[in-house]
Design a protein around this ligand. Structure first.
Ligand code: NAP
Length: 344
C-alpha cells in the first residue's frame, strides 16, 4: 500500500497541488509569533473547482519548487505552509481522561509544552479545554502561546462535518482551534475537508491536515482538494519508521508528525529497553525516550509523546541540549522492522 512513487511523479503532484490551490510559503521566518497572520488568504482558492488527477501532471517549470519546512531548534517550532508556527514537541493525550488528563495537560503547560494533541475520538476534549482555560486563568500561559490539535472521525462525524467540527470547538471551548485533522481516510473525507476549509475561512480553525494518510492515500486525495494540508500525522517509531512516506510528505511542503513515538502503550518497555537505543542514551546521559524523540526531531518529525507522569512529561521536553551523530541516527534507522503497533 505504501509503495514509493518516483520523484518525478511526486514533483508533478507538488506542482499540481500548488497550481490548484494554496501556495506554500518558502523560507519563512520561524521566529515570528504564532499569532502571525497567514500571508496567503485561501478563502477563494479553497473554493476553486477541484483539479482531477489527469489534469494535474504537467509541471510548470516557472513555479517555485516547494521547500521542506525546516525545524528551528532555537524556537523549538516549525513554520507551517498555512503561515502559522507550530511547536515541534508536544503532549499526546490519547487514553487520558478526567482529572488525570487535566493534571497531565496542566503539568505539560507548566513544563513548557506548547502543543497538545487530542481528538474527538479520545473523548477528552472537554478536559483538555478545561485544563487550558485553568492554565490561562492561573497565568501559566496565554491562549495564543499554545497550539491545540484535534481531529474528526470517519463515519457519522465526517458524514455531518459541520456539526462535528462545531462540536469539537464547543467541547474544547478555547475560542479557535489551531489545527484540525481528518483522523482517517473515509468515503466522506473530501466533503469533511471542504467543511474544515470553510471553518478556516471563518477564522474558527487556523490550519488543517490529515492523519493516517500514506503515499497512496495522499496521491488520490490531494488533487481533489484546494488547500495543501499543513500536517500529516502518522505512526512513526524506530520499529515502524515510514522511511518511504516521510520524505514524500515533506517534499510536498507538509509537516510530518509521528504518533506512538515511544511505540505506544504495551510496546514501550521493549522499545525503551532496546540495546542500541539504551547504549546511545548512556553515551549522552539522557533517557531512551529522549533519544527516540530526538531521533524523530532530527528526521524532521514532530513528536507528541503521551504521558500522565509529570517527570516523563518534563523529560520529554528536554531534547535540545544534545544531538545524535550521523552514525547514531543510522544505527537507529537500522532498527526498522516495519512493525505497526496499531491497525491503521
Ligand atoms: N492519529 C492517530 O491515529 C493517533 C493514534 C495513536 C496516537 N495518537 C497520538 O499520539 C500520541 C502518542 O501516542 P501514545 O500516547 O498512545 O503512545 P506513546 O507516546 O508512544 O507512549 C506512551 C507511553 O509511554 C510512556 N512514556 C511517556 N514518556 C515516557 C518517558 N519519558 N519514559 C518512559 N515512559 C514514557 C507513557 O507512560 P507514562 O504515562 O507513565 O509516562 C505511556 O505509557 C497519543 O497520545 C495521541 O495524541 C494519534
Amino acid at each position: 500500500m505504501k509503495k514509493i512513487l518516483s520523484l518525478a511523479f511526486a514533483l508533478s503532484l507538488v506542482f499540481a497541488i500548488t497550481d490548484c490551490g494554496q501556495t506554500v510559503q518558502n523560507n519563512v521566518d520561524a521566529t515570528e509569533s504564532m499569532e502571525t497572520v497567514p500571508a496567503s488568504n485561501d478563502t477563494e482558492s479553497a473554493q476553486e473547482e477541484p483539479v482531477s488527477a489527469d489534469e494535474s501532471v504537467a509541471p510548470d517549470i516557472k513555479e517555485e519548487p516547494v521547500m521542506r519546512a525546516e525545524f528551528n531548534f532555537e524556537t523549538k517550532t516549525v513554520m507551517l505552509n498555512s503561515g502559522y508556527e507550530m511547536p515541534i514537541n508536544g503532549l499526546g493525550t490519547y487514553s487520558l481522561h478526567g482529572d488525570e488528563c487535566i493534571n497531565a495537560v496542566k503539568s505539560a503547560l507548566s513544563s513548557g509544552v506548547r502543543l497538545i494533541d487530542t481528538a474527538s475520538a479520545y473523548g477528552n476534549e472537554e478536559e483538555i479545554g478545561q485544563a487550558i482555560r485553568e492554565a490561562v486563568d492561573e497565568g501559566i500561559i496565554k491562549r495564543e502561546d499554545i497550539f491545540v490539535i484535534t481531529k474528526i472521525y470517519p463515519g457519522s462525524e465526517m458524514e455531518n462535518p459541520e456539526q462535528s467540527i462545531q462540536a469539537c470547538l464547543d467541547r474544547l471551548d478555547i475560542g479557535y482551534v489551531d489545527m484540525m485533522l481528518l483522523h482517517h481516510p473515509d468515503s466522506n473525507d473530501v466533503k469533511a475537508y471542504e467543511a474544515m476549509e470553510q471553518f478556516v475561512a471563518e477564522g474558527k480553525i487556523r490550519s488543517i491536515g490529515l492523519s493516517n494518510w500514506y503515499v497512496e492515500e495522499l496521491t488520490e486525495f490531494l488533487p481533489q482538494v484546494g488547500t495543501v494540508p499543513a500536517l500529516v500525522q502518522n505512526e512513526i517509531h524506530p520499529y515502524y519508521q515510514e522511511n518511504d512516506v516521510i520524505p514524500f510528505i515533506q517534499d510536498l511542503g507538509i509537516v510530518v508528525q509521528g504518533w506512538y513515538p515511544l511505540g505506544g502503550r504495551g510496546h514501550t518497555a521493549e522499545l525503551l529497553g532496546d540495546p542500541v537505543i539504551s547504549e546511545i542514551a548512556e553515551t549522552h546521559s539522557v533517557s531512551s525516550a529522549q533519544v527516540i524523540l530526538r531521533w524523530n526531531l532530527q528526521k524532521g518529525v514532530v513528536v507528541i509523546p503521551g504521558s500522565s507522569n509529570p517527570d516523563h512529561i518534563k523529560e520529554n521536553t528536554e531534547l535540545y541540549h544534545f544531538s545524535l551523530t550521523d552514525e547514531e541516527m543510522e544505527r537507529i534507522n537500522d532498527l526498522d522492522r516495519g512493525e505497526k503497533h496499531d491497525w491503521y
